[in-house]
Design a protein around this ligand. Structure first.
Ligand SMILES: *[C@@H]1O[C@H](CO)[C@@H](O)[C@H](O)[C@H]1NC(C)=O
Ligand SMILES: *[C@@H]1O[C@H](CO)[C@@H](O)[C@H](O)[C@H]1NC(C)=O
Length: 383
């Protein structure tokens, strides 16, 4: 059984106080949203032939007019969480059904019901592709035309602006149906903490891991209180995983779309931005030098705030102070993001069958956390 979770502020969990009743991290799918069929199909991905059979039985429902013999299956990405296969007929790739097969044991990391809810909410607001169905070990959705961003795109001012605006658009969605939204960031981190391995076979690695683990626990116990004392934090529907490959740029249409909502849910707006900044840096060989560019970040946040309708009058200029306050929050939550993905990678190191140095990745993220912490703590809100 799982050890007790270090979670929440004392007194809120399980209490019947008004705040416990009125606050929730539920995502409310708007009435009238299309129902998503759940197909009783399991797609085996170990063998090509069986994988094809699985995909074809999904297509029987989703594209009954397709001739099974004409269907092309193409492995789109071998990501580090899931497998993604594109299915289409002919050569034009106008209608591509994407089949995403959940990675082994990722149910430990991802709440699949929440994922579907986020998907449906974003779809209802024109911010996601169509979700065609779920099946026993994955889901199918519409392929969005365009290309996944590459680090070289990140500094292209036009694309940069599109990302800031799209992020603000998503953050402006209301999906809490009268609840006061609450972040589940700490709850999730507490859950992840309970799942990380207790040791590693390699003696050196194990030693360094064991010596750090106390720090990690300490962080979790104190961080929620620290963050709760920050003022003016806003909670929004947050993507929570805005890395380049989850951003699809369509040059012809001049827009960007965000995909993959496995980690989406109510969270602090500043977390989504901080996490996004971390991810861009990470693309460059896991070295955190690139997105240190403060001016670029400030520019991004100004563009974002301009679009965000919340808390500002239409036509009002975004003030320098607003940007500075957000900048500090974003840096603080960037730390939380390093921590979150560090824990995530430790769990993946234990369970994932995907060939990737998860442990190395975890160490980079935790090191970055401890390196940045003093700098970020020293940032002060302007008078
Ligand atoms: C799950 O594990 C099996 C073997 O252990 C592997 O062949 C398969 O590719 C994995 N599936 C995913 C989606 O990672
Ligand atoms: C890791 O180190 C701890 C503490 O020294 C030890 O109890 C544990 O057995 C080690 N784990 C492994 C897998 O070697």
């Amino acid at each position: 059984s799982a050890p007790a979770l270090p979670r929440g502020r004392p007194g809120t969990e399980g209490s019947t106080s008004l705040s416990a009743w009125a606050m929730a991290n539920y995502i409310h799918v708007p009435p009238g949203s299309p129902e998503v069929p759940k197909l009783n199909v399991t797609v085996q991905d170990q063998e090509e032939q069986r994988c094809r059979e699985g995909a074809l039985s999904l297509l029987q429902h989703l594209r009954p007019h397709w001739d099974p013999q004409e269907v092309t299956l193409q492995l789109f990405t071998d990501g580090i969480t899931n497998k993604l296969i594109g299915c289409y007929v002919g050569n034009t790739m106008e209608d591509v059904v994407l089949v995403r097969i959940y990675g082994n044991k990722t149910e430990l990391l991802v709440d699949r019901d929440e994922e579907v809810k986020s998907f449906r909410v974003l779809q209802a607001h024109g911010c996601a592709p169509q979700l065609y169905c779920t099946f026993n070990n994955g889901l199918c959705y519409e392929f969005i035309q365009g290309e996944a961003l590459d680090p070289k795109h990140v500094c292209n001012p036009a694309i940069f602006r599109l990302i800031a605006r799209q992020l603000a658009k998503i953050h402006a969605i209301h999906a809490h149906n009268g609840w006061i939204p609450k972040s589940n960031l700490w709850l999730k981190m507490g859950k992840y903490f309970s799942l990380i391995p207790t040791g590693f076979a390699d003696e050196d690695i194990n030693k360094s891991f064991i010596s750090r683990i106390t720090n990690y626990r300490q962080y979790l116990l104190t961080s929620e209180c620290e963050f709760s004392s920050l003022i003016g934090l806003q909670l929004v529907i947050s993507h929570n995983d805005l890395l380049c490959k989850n951003i699809i740029y369509n040059e012809k249409e001049g827009d960007v779309q965000f995909i993959d909502y496995e980690y989406s849910g109510y969270n602090y707006l500043a977390y989504d931005i901080g996490n996004h900044f971390n991810e861009f840096a990470e693309m460059i060989l896991l070295k955190y030098f690139f997105f240190k560019d403060v001016e670029l970040k400030i520019h991004f946040m100004a563009l974002y705030l301009e679009t965000l309708p919340e808390g500002k009058q239409v036509g009002k200029e975004v003030t320098e102070k607003e940007v500075e306050i957000l900048y500090i929050q974003v840096n603080q939550f960037a730390l939380a993001s390093h921590f979150f993905w560090g824990l995530w990678a430790l769990i993946q190191a234990k369970y994932s069958t995907i060939e990737f140095d998860f442990l190395g990745y975890a160490i980079v993220r935790f090191n970055q956390y401890f390196k940045m912490k003093p700098e970020v703590t020293a940032l002060k809100v302007p008078e």
